[in-house]
Structures are given as C-alpha cells and as structure tokens.
Design a protein around this ligand. Structure first.
Ligand code: TYD
Length: 237
C-alpha cells in the first residue's frame, strides 16, 4: 500500500555524527513563535560559547532565496509534487553549500527555521502527496540527514488564526488557505512526530514564551550532555 511507510525508509534518516556540533530545527504552523524562540536559543547558546548559525528554509543560499521568492509569491497554484521538489532542491543546496561544512566546525550549532518536517506536514499531508512520497523524494544523501533534535511548537489552528490577525501582515502562498489547511498541517506534524519519535519534541506553544523557552533550554542541555566524553572544549555547559 502506497501509504504504509517501510521501516527501512524511515531508518535512512539519520542525524549527523559530527562530534561537538549540533543540528537543531524548529517547526510549527504560522504564529507558533518559532522566530522568537530561535532568537532566544541563539542568545542562550552564545552565552555558553557556541557558534550559532541560523538558517531558514526555503532559503539560506542565493539559489534558495530565489526559490523562496518564486514559491511564496506564486500567482498560480503549483502542483504539490512541484512544490515538494522545489523545497527539496533548496534544502539540498543549503545542506551542501553551507550546513555540511558548518557542522564540521566544532562548537557550532546550526539552527534551521523549518526543515523536512515542514515538507511532511505541508506537501505530504496538507497538500495530499503522502508522507511516503516525501520520504522517498528525500531518500538520497544529503537529504537523508536529519537534525539531532527538532522542536515542534504546537498550537491550534484557532490560535494561529488569532495570532496572524494580531500581526496583520500580508498573506503569502500558504497563509491564505483557511482553517481546513491548518487543521491538516497539525495532523501532518503529528504524523511526523509519530514517525520520528526520538528526534521530534512536541512542545505546547500555547503557553507563555518564557515557559516554552525553559522547556527548550532543558532539552538542549540534555542533548549537550550526551556529547561524546572525549570531546575536549572549554565550553561552559
Ligand atoms: P515562512 O515565511 O518562512 O513561514 P513562517 O514564517 O511561518 O516560518 O514561509 C515558508 C512557508 O513555506 C511556510 O508557509 C511553510 C512552507 N514550507 C513548505 O510548504 N514546505 C517546506 O518544506 C518548507 C521548508 C516550508
């Protein structure tokens, strides 16, 4: 059956083994608070003497930023498969041009604002391609590389709508699709979390920013403490 996902396919997706550097991603629907939490985490990690690099998807490279513009300002409906391949192209380029090199530098934390789980939720579930199709598109290195830890900031579609209204910013290609779309995004993120239980930490982002921040710091400290013991550095942890 097309929708059952073989374990071998899921197991292809592995976190990098670079000692001393970390790969983190943030996920969530519009209004979840990703940007705020990413900025706070960057400050927190820099105080611990990490080098922190924030990258966004789609984007992060000259090519990726052009694709970002093309997708988010699309005036016609794109085929979901075209969308999935465009996001995967931007992702491949960012991984090869920037991320792989950065992760080889000790003391580095690369933080992604969205990664593969966005493709699972948006193109896989909300746009109907199926999670298996997304994983198959990502089946070759470097697209099989996944973060050590992903924070899914979970809010309801209603909260997303309320927060978007308060912001009153112009809506892009995905933001004008209504409640049903947001409901399927939440379903999509829940599915991603069930496929990648060990990597994805779901946080209740209906709470105050400060509470969410503390939960993030707690999880990050646990991750840092798992660093190999032969890791020598003067980092303050
Ligand atoms: P962005 O402005 O970065 O959204 P946000 O501020 O909510 O993070 O726009 C990126 C949009 O692209 C967002 O609506 C999610 C969507 N997207 C996908 O559909 N698939 C993907 O793989 C990625 C990375 C993003």
């Amino acid at each position: 059956m097309k929708n059952t996902i073989p374990q071998e396919l899921i197991q292809k997706f592995r976190s990098p083994e670079f000692p001393g550097s970390f790969f983190i991603s943030f996920e969530g629907i519009e209004g979840a608070g990703k940007s705020t939490q990413i900025a706070r985490l960057k400050d927190y990690l820099e105080k611990k003497n990490f080098r922190v690099l924030i990258l966004r998807e789609p984007g992060g490279t000259f090519f990726g930023e052009r694709l970002r513009e093309a997708i988010l300002n699309a005036k016609t409906e794109l085929h979901p498969l075209a969308e999935a391949h465009l996001f995967a192209s931007s992702r491949t380029q960012l991984l090869s041009e920037v991320t792989l090199k950065e992760l080889n530098i000790p003391n580095t934390v690369v933080i992604y604002d969205r990664y593969i789980d966005s493709s699972l939720a948006y193109q896989g579930v909300a746009r109907g391609l199926g999670a298996r199709e997304i994983l198959e598109i990502h089946g070759q290195f470097p697209l099989t590389l996944v973060p050590h830890l992903t924070f899914y900031l979970k809010i309801s579609p209603e909260t997303s709508e309320k927060r978007q209204k308060m912001r009153n910013a112009p809506k892009d290609y995905f933001e004008s699709r209504g409640m049903k779309f947001y409901e399927s995004l939440v379903e999509g993120y829940d599915l991603a979390s069930s496929l990648f239980k060990e990597r994805i930490l779901t946080l209740n982002a209906e709470q105050t920013l400060d509470n969410v921040e503390l939960e993030i710091q707690d999880a990050i400290n646990q991750l840092i403490s798992k660093r190999p013991t032969n890791w020598n550095s003067d980092l303050e942890t």
